[in-house]
Design a protein around this ligand. Sequence first.
Ligand code: PNS
Length: 170
Amino acid sequence: MSKIAVYPGSFDPITFGHLDIAARAAALFDELHIVVVHNPNKTPFFTSEQRVSLIEDSLSEAARFGRSIPPSTKIVIATLDSGLLVDYCRKVGAGALIKGVRNNADLEYELPMARVNRDLANVETVFLPADPGQGFVSSSLVRQVADLGGSVDKYVPAAVVRALKARAKA
Ligand code: PNS
């Protein structure tokens, strides 16, 4: 039976930190769904469709820092605009969620969700420690630096740099 995992997030936008986690998760599973989840408490910077397309355009860049998505792993990029994440997991037959952990705050935020998801649907959460080189990068910091005219080339794939520049000009 193939092992399927779901890597959920806002990905607003995807960063090298996310890409690192996605590539490492892809090495552990037969199929990985990278799911752009709508968060009703956040006003998104990019639309769900833009975020999906930025992820599609960025996956190959994991090779830049020595990671790559194994060709044998099937990658699905999807959106979840409503409903529970565990329902999405059930629908696609996924038994695990992937979460990248940068620090204690991330773990404290994620643990209750991991417990609820296991309680609701027996879906396990696999925590992957963020690479020290990427550990301080977050989408919100990237948005802030880009908004104020700073360079984010070190933190996000080229497609995202282009999208941020296009947005700033619009
Ligand atoms: O990138 P983010 O914003 O930290 O991602 C947060 C996300 C989307 C992973 C989190 O909000 C989440 O898991 N949402 C799923 C909604 C859900 O099923 N909630 C109920 C049980 S946790």
